[in-house]
Design a protein around this ligand. Structure first.
Ligand code: ADP
Ligand code: 5GP
Length: 188
């Protein structure tokens, strides 16, 4: 097992990576979730400090200037997301860490960590199903939904650059496949 292993789940928005990440964390309690920073507004179901560290654009910029972010992206227009060094480095001394980040960020982490990182791409069964899932989640207004679908095609084209692709058609099957790959990587 690598010294300080990092597991990254990445996918176009709506493919199901947050759902899978929750199930993975429940099955493998030794994994610790890296809580990202973001400038987007919290959803009604989300808690600051648990789902994200919700920051103003000024606070986010200050974290960039201080060198606190391992990577960050303007994932959608005016919406920044980034991995805090403190979430990864402090926790990774004792536990493998799980990241749920966009595809560009995931490939940056792979460049930084090499074999110490396992990057799993969670793919939707089709673009139509991705749209249905995003619509049925009901968390985005029409403009934000369009931004997410526009980005999805570019992200799907990068799946092959990841370490493995898990198709999330039947959720239970996808969770099992994800767990198998993580256990293999962590030698559990
Ligand atoms: P992401 O974190 O990738 O944006 P979510 O985990 O929020 O995606 O999932 C998007 C929506 O799709 C949610 O409403 C979730 O309940 C649903 N979903 C996730 N996996 C499946 C699946 N295998 N089949 C049907 N719906 C799913
Ligand atoms: P959402 O707004 O649906 O929670 O997330 C939108 C996208 O931003 C998802 O692809 C999610 O994985 C990604 N994301 C969340 N945190 C980070 C992060 O720290 N860095 C990067 N690069 N992307 C992130």
């Amino acid at each position: 097992m690598p010294d300080r292993p990092i597991v990254v789940l990445t996918a176009p928005s709506g493919a199901g990576k947050t759902t899978i990440a929750r199930r993975v964390l429940a099955a493998l309690p030794q994994l610790r979730f890296s809580v990202s920073a973001t400038t987007r507004a919290p959803r009604p179901t989300e808690t600051d400090g648990e789902d994200y560290h919700f920051l103003t654009p000024e606070e986010f910029q200050a974290r960039i200037d201080a060198g606190d972010l391992l990577e960050y992206e303007e994932v959608y227009p005016d919406r920044y997301y980034g991995t805090l060094r403190s979430e990864v480095e402090a926790q990774a001394e004792h536990h493998p860490v799980l990241l749920d980040i966009d595809v560009k960020g995931a490939l940056n982490v792979k460049r930084l960590y090499g074999d110490a990182a396992l990057v799993l791409f969670i793919a939707p069964p089709s673009l139509d199903e991705l749209r249905r899932r995003l619509e049925s989640r009901g968390t985005e207004d029409p403009a934000a939904l369009r931004d997410r679908l526009n980005r999805a095609e570019q992200e799907l084209a990068k799946a092959d650059a990841c370490d493995a692709v898990v198709v999330n058609d039947d959720l239970d099957v996808a969770v099992e496949e994800t767990l198998t790959r993580i256990r293999q990587f962590l030698e559990l």
